[in-house]
Write a protein that binds this ligand. Structure first.
Ligand SMILES: [Zn+2]
Length: 250
């Protein structure tokens, strides 16, 4: 776990980011504000050596802005011979290019782009399937399967029947639980394009997931309240995303 916050990071935390490792293959999933330094620490490499693929669920900065930092780590250390495969939703590449206008073509020398949601991809030992999920911008739910183990992740989403398919029988289902209603600043009457922790629990139940990880908490949320809300509707194990947390699956 690189980061657990939605929107912007709390002091000492970071926005959405995960590292998924299996059989010597390492995928980075989302790179929101504050995740890059934690990723480099995990890799033990200032040049970000050891990243085999990157998946970006949508173009909001709390899910992708540190992809630009990853670009810099690769570009300025001369690591352009083998581009890193990036599987990203519409608009992510264009946003990066907008941050790098003075280096024409540099982004595409560092990253090789594939579109999400899209066809089934094979990333090393992982099969990657993706779903369209409702959000303010194009957003992909992603599901990784290797050796009969499955990890699924919503990115940001409103309630949607596709969540049950995305997380079907997953060993770990990472679901956003923004729970913005914990704060008076939450806007009223907007379309539901985020989840509550209860929604997340219902999605995990409908999916028959083994473990639910709640993540993407609004800054200063009471995360134990989120766990409690999900526990009323989901009987399996509930984890709270936390920077530095490692989950071993078997
Ligand atoms: Zn977000």
């Amino acid at each position: 776990m690189l980061g657990s916050c939605g929107a912007w990071p709390e002091p000492g935390r970071a926005c959405s980011g995960y590292v998924l490792e299996h059989a010597g293959f390492r995928i980075v999933i989302d790179l929101g504000y504050g995740t890059l330094a934690r990723l480099l620490q995990h890799l033990g490499s200032t040049s970000a050596d050891g990243v085999d693929a990157v998946v970006i669920t949508h173009k909001h900065p709390d899910h992708m802005l540190d992809l630009h930092g990853l670009f810099r780590a690769r570009w300025f250390s001369g690591r352009t011979d083998t581009p890193i495969a990036v599987y990203a939703a519409e608009g992510v590449r264009e946003r990066l290019i907008g941050l790098e206008e003075d280096d024409d073509g540099a982004i595409d020398q560092v990253f090789a782009w594939h579109r999400l949601p899209g066809k089934r991809y094979q990333l090393g030992p992982f099969r990657l399937d993706s779903w369209v999920l409702p959000h303010f911008v194009p957003n992909a739910g992603v599901r990784f399967t290797a050796d009969d183990l499955t990890v699924a992740y919503t990115g940001d989403t409103g309630p949607d029947p596709a969540l049950a398919e995305l997380g079907r029988d997953a060993d770990l289902f990472i679901v956003e639980a923004t729970d913005r209603h914990q704060h008076e600043t939450a806007p009223a009457g907007r379309p539901r394009l985020h989840l509550t922790a209860r929604d997340a629990g219902e999605a995990a139940s409908a999916a028959g997931a083994r473990r639910l990880m709640l993540s993407h908490f609004w800054p200063d949320n009471d995360r134990q309240l989120s766990r409690e809300a999900a526990s009323h509707v989901f009987d399996g194990q509930i984890l709270l995303a936390d920077e530095g947390l490692t989950v071993a699956l078997d």
